[in-house]
Design a protein around this ligand. Structure first.
Ligand code: GDP
Ligand code: MG
Length: 164
């Protein structure tokens, strides 16, 4: 069966936007309101003739930092259980948050391949000063992307399929 790739990260970082662009159609709901992705959504994706299942994760509208954290832990656990590759997405505009660090700690200890995506870098020639903070997660080299503009998708997809 096809390898499974799961996208996890805080609400509103752009997981569903990324998912829809990679899948090539609007499967997952993108909203300015965080947390509209219900549980998880699957679709088939392909890169250079290699097929995989992509999973978007989310939760029900979080109303507090505690709820965000518990949902993220749950997502991360689901991803660690079922995915072959985990895409951990953070928001390059917000910089690193406590929730990113918590989930980063969980993911770093998994034996699974984890790729760190720093989204909303719409102008890659102008990286935010705190971009380099994401190295502290210990998940390797962050890849700057813009899901909205499909920037750097080639690098991400290459790294995904190379890890199967
Ligand atoms: P999710 O909650 O992680 O699934 O995030 P969504 O995909 O629903 O996106 C949340 C918001 O971020 C939406 O308003 C998107 O249009 C916006 N967004 C997503 N990707 C980008 C990006 O690369 N650049 C910018 N500027 N906005 C983005
Ligand atoms: Mg979503």
């Amino acid at each position: 069966s096809k390898p499974i790739v799961a996208v996890v990260g805080r609400p509103n970082v752009g997981k569903s936007t990324f998912f829809n662009k990679v899948v090539g159609r609007r499967v997952s709901i993108v909203e300015d309101t965080p947390g509209v992705t219900r549980d998880r959504i699957y679709a088939e994706a392909e890169w250079n003739g290699i097929y995989f299942a992509l999973i978007d994760t989310g939760g029900i509208e979080p109303d507090s930092e505690d709820v965000i954290l518990s949902q993220m832990r749950e997502q991360a656990q689901i991803a660690m259980d079922m995915a072959d590759v985990i895409l951990f997405m953070v928001d390059g505009r917000d910089g690193m948050t406590h929730a990113d660090q918590e989930v980063g700690n969980m993911l770093r200890r998994t034996g699974k391949k984890v790729i760190l995506l720093v989204n909303k870098i719409d102008n890659p020639r102008n990286l935010p000063a705190d971009f380099y903070d994401f190295y502290e997660l210990g998940i390797g080299e962050p890849i700057a992307i813009s899901a909205a503009n499909m920037l750097n998708f080639g690098d991400v997809l290459d790294e995904i399929v190379e890890s199967f």
